[in-house]
Every structure is written in structure tokens, then in C-alpha cells.
Design a protein around this ligand. Sequence first.
Ligand code: APR
Length: 318
Amino acid sequence: MARSGTVAVIGAGFYGSTTAQRLAEYDLFDTVVLTDIIEGRPEGLALDMNQSRPVEGFETKIVGQTTGADGSGYAAIAGSDIVVITAGVARKPGMSRMDLIEVNARIVGEVADNVAKHTPDAVVIVVSNPLDEMTALVALATGFPRPRVMGQAGMLDTARFTNFVAEELAVPVSSVRTLTLGSHGDTMVPVPSACTVDGAPLTDLLPADKIAELITRTRNGGAEVIALLKTGSAYYAPSAAAARMVRAVHEDSGAVLPVCAWVDGEYGISGVYLGVTAELGRGGVRRIVETPLTDAELAQLRQAAQAVAAKQADVHNL
Ligand code: APR
């Protein structure tokens, strides 16, 4: 595929910078723009990343740009087809994602205003936490059609679950398929009925209590990393997940991926940003793809939707 287009990554912390580097290494874009409010950080990282181009063999150019609270510098993202919002504060040990809601709502709201102004036609992928609420906030603040605003969570939770299953059974990760829906947090909904290893149902390969243990570890996957790192949260697996979503949009691939998307009638659920599987393309979410669920899984998904909807209803007050 010939290189084309520009993707912007807002926030040049751990998550944003690794996402920018992964996107550049795909060698699919003309330009990756990386911004941050810390003077010189995005420019310095872009310089460093550009110097990796001859070694890694990619031509995509990385442009770093400091932005100000007054919106200065945002002209650099104009013309971006896709914008990834990673700006915000990360968790520290012992914090829940929800503990970040007020501070990140302020940051993400300000970023969203500038995104709406400078890239009015872009597809936006939100990764800042708490994820479901920040995604709803970006949709509200930008006023973009909802298919053009989505969040990254399910790709990551599913990847964690898959990795744990592969390690438990000592099989390649490529032979394992898992699925999580719902929210990125306590109301994550694992879908064991959709999990397979080389096509065989996971429920035939592992006892129920072992599957439950792996699900708990998946649900706490972010906290487990934070407890070890002590400062900062996970970014290698999260950036891999976000970059893959960007790629599906850029390539108009129609890939069906677990993402946080606007649900409007599917599963009997309406009016909420929730983790579901969706087909992605140039315009963002083409459609939600309903996965067959057991009655128990469906009940859990509806419960998750209620919990998330209550929080999302408040985002305009933040
Ligand atoms: N505009 C642009 N960048 C901002 C703004 C803003 N208004 N406010 C903060 N930032 C930048 C910070 O300067 C910092 O460089 O966001 C970056 C956040 O980086 P890290 O602290 O390294 O956090 P990171 O691990 O990248 O996580 C970012 O993703 O997973 C979530 O919970 C996590 O919400 C957090 C986000």
C-alpha cells in the first residue's frame, strides 16, 4: 500500500510516543504528528524517532509540536485523517481509572475543542482514562457524528486475556481467540463462549475456576502492571492496540475489532458508549457486529451498559 495521509497523536507521554513510533513503523502514512503541552518534548521525541528511520527502514516523517493552553500549535494537526487522544494523567498504584475522571475530563475536553477546530473531518480514537467516559466526552465536545469517535479498550483487554490463556496452555498466542466486551474497568464482560484455542472451545480445555482466575487477572491487567512499575501505567500493549485500530481505519479494512463504540439498539442496549465488536473503515465505525452471547453474558453486558451510561450522563457536568 502506498504511503498516504496524516495521523495525529495528542499527548507525547509513554502511551502517545509508543503509539506514534508504532504508526510510523507501519510505513503507511506520509506523516505522524505528535503533540504535547510540555515544551520541546514532542519535538525532541520526533527528532529521535526520525533518526530511527534509516535503521528500521521506514519513510514516514514524524513531526513534533508543542501546544499551548491557548490552542497555539494546534495548526500542526490540520489535515489529519485520524487523531489519537492520549493526553491526560495516568494511574498510580492503588488508583482506579475512575479516580482520573475530573482531571482527565478537563484535559481531554480542551483537546477535543482543538481537534474539532483543526480537524473537523477526522476519525478520533480516544485512549485516555476512564476510557468509556472520555470517549463519550470527546463525542460531546467535538460534536462529531458518533461513528467518527471511538475508544480503545477491548483490543487491549482481549490481548491480555489471549496472552494469559496462551501462557496457561503453553500454546502460541496466534492459536488463541478471546473476547471481552463491556467497559474498560470493573464491568468488563469476558465472553468465554466466544473463546477458542485452535478452534476448540476454551471451556473444553480449561476448568471453569481456571478460566475465572484468568478473567480476574485480565480485569486487573492494568493494575498489575502499575503495581510493578510504581510510576506510570502500561503502554506497550495499549499502544499496539490503538495503532492497530488506526491502521484498520486508514486502510478502510473492514476489520472487526473490539472497541468502545456508540451502541444504538444492538443487544437491546441504546444510547451509550460501550465495548463491543465493530467493523472499522475510513469513516470510523461502519457498524456494530453483534456476537452471539449466552444469557448470562448478555445480562452482564446490559448491566455494564447501565453502569457506564450513568457515568457518561454526567460527563457534560465535568
Ligand atoms: N494537551 C496535550 N498533552 C497533554 C495535556 C494537554 N492538555 N495535558 C497533559 N498532556 C500530556 C502530558 O504532558 C504527558 O506527556 O499527556 C501526557 C501523558 O503521558 P503519561 O503521563 O506518560 O501517561 P500515559 O501512560 O501516556 O497515559 C496517557 O492513557 O492509558 C491512559 O490512563 C492513561 O489517561 C492516561 C493516558
